[in-house]
Design a binder for this molecule. Structure first.
Ligand SMILES: [Zn+2]
Length: 346
């Protein structure tokens, strides 16, 4: 605590009045674990907090819980240091297979705000929220108002038919897209809408920090605009580039930039089903398929042999369901995706 006080003091030397107020509240707060934690975080993050004019250390910060990595990244970008943002699904875990833990229930029970991607992606959420019994919880649906796509690019239903709306994964897990395909964050333009929804939700629940949320969201949206420009400029050189994917995560990206996702192949642990192989072969024969896109961390011999049979190279596209917690990670991963798409579509 003394270290924190000294840090607070040195960073607030020119704000004597504020310092006195802060110090007073600090001494009151001693003994309350929650406040101590928040203060420790505040002093760690003080350069950014100062810059953003964030909440003084004397106030307990708004506690925000975000469900999955992309939603967390956008929420963290908007909140900056004005709120404490935590994540439910560890960004090393498959979102679609996730089972909530007792810690998740506790986190939601003590949170002020819950932000979800929505569109049915967080199947674990309803029962977890119910168990948390938090009547004061504000819920933000980041996908509110977004026009969804139900299926992969509707080029040919016979290619996509065998699995209907199911969702292929490296673990062979199926996911029902009753609410439309949930992977909207992979389109930078729809990502802007998610950021805007999150911004408006945070402002409604925590109007004290309105100016910070607005400024942070504007900066992040500017970066998303730049990213969108880069995608447009690069991918307009390869219009209608046709690809096969192993995770039905890219229909929005494809629609935005004139690419065509013509088939989704399930990847089970042990063997590709004959139907899947047939589906891929049919799609390759029927369309001028340029690329096969797998996911990071999937090293599947079956894919490699399928790719050899199809005379295509397997490349890795990141759905951003796992990765780094820095809000800038979105841009890094998406720029890598852009490079991969450009290479695959050549
Ligand atoms: Zn997914």
């Amino acid at each position: 605590m003394i270290g924190n006080l000294l840090e607070l003091r040195s960073s607030r030397q020119r704000k004597n009045v504020l310092f006195v107020v802060t110090l007073f509240t600090l001494s009151v707060a001693v003994g309350c674990n929650q406040s101590n934690t928040n203060l420790a975080r505040t002093s760690e993050q003080s350069p950014q907090a100062q810059e953003a004019g964030a909440t003084p250390a004397s106030q307990e910060k708004t506690k925000v819980v975000a469900t999955i990595l992309p939603t967390y990244l956008f929420t963290k970008a908007v909140a900056g240091d004005a709120a404490d943002v935590s994540i439910i699904v560890p960004p090393t875990t498959d979102v679609h297979d996730y089972q909530a833990t007792p810690d998740d229930v506790k986190a939601i029970a003590s949170a002020n705000i819950l932000v979800k991607n929505g569109l049915g992606l967080e199947e674990f959420l309803d029962s977890t929220v119910k168990n948390a019994e938090n009547p004061n919880l504000t819920k933000i649906d980041a996908s509110q108002g977004i026009q969804t796509i139900d299926e992969i690019s509707p080029v040919d239903q016979t290619v996509t038919g065998s699995h209907g709306h199911s969702h292929g994964h490296s673990h062979g897990h199926s996911h029902d897209h009753a609410d439309g395909n949930p992977h909207v964050w992979l389109d930078p333009v729809l990502a802007k809408q998610q950021v805007t929804n999150i911004r408006d939700g945070l402002i409604a629940a925590d109007p004290t920090n309105k100016a910070t949320y607005e400024a942070n969201a504007a900066a992040y949206i500017q970066e998303l605009d730049n990213l969108d420009q880069e995608f447009q400029q690069t991918l307009q050189k390869t219009p209608n580039c046709t690809f096969i994917t192993f995770h039905d995560a890219f229909p929005y990206l494809a629609q935005r930039y004139n690419l065509k996702q013509v088939a989704v192949v399930q990847i089970p642990e042990d063997q590709l089903s004959p139907t899947d192989v047939q589906k891929a072969v049919k799609a390759v024969q029927k369309y001028n398929v340029k690329a096969l896109f797998s996911e990071p961390g999937v090293d599947n011999k079956l894919l490699t042999s399928l790719a050899q049979d199809l005379n295509l190279t397997v490349r890795t596209l990141d759905s951003l369901e796992t990765g780094d917690r820095d809000p800038q990670y979105y841009f890094q991963a998406m720029r890598t995706n852009l490079q991969t798409l450009a290479d695959g579509c050549k």
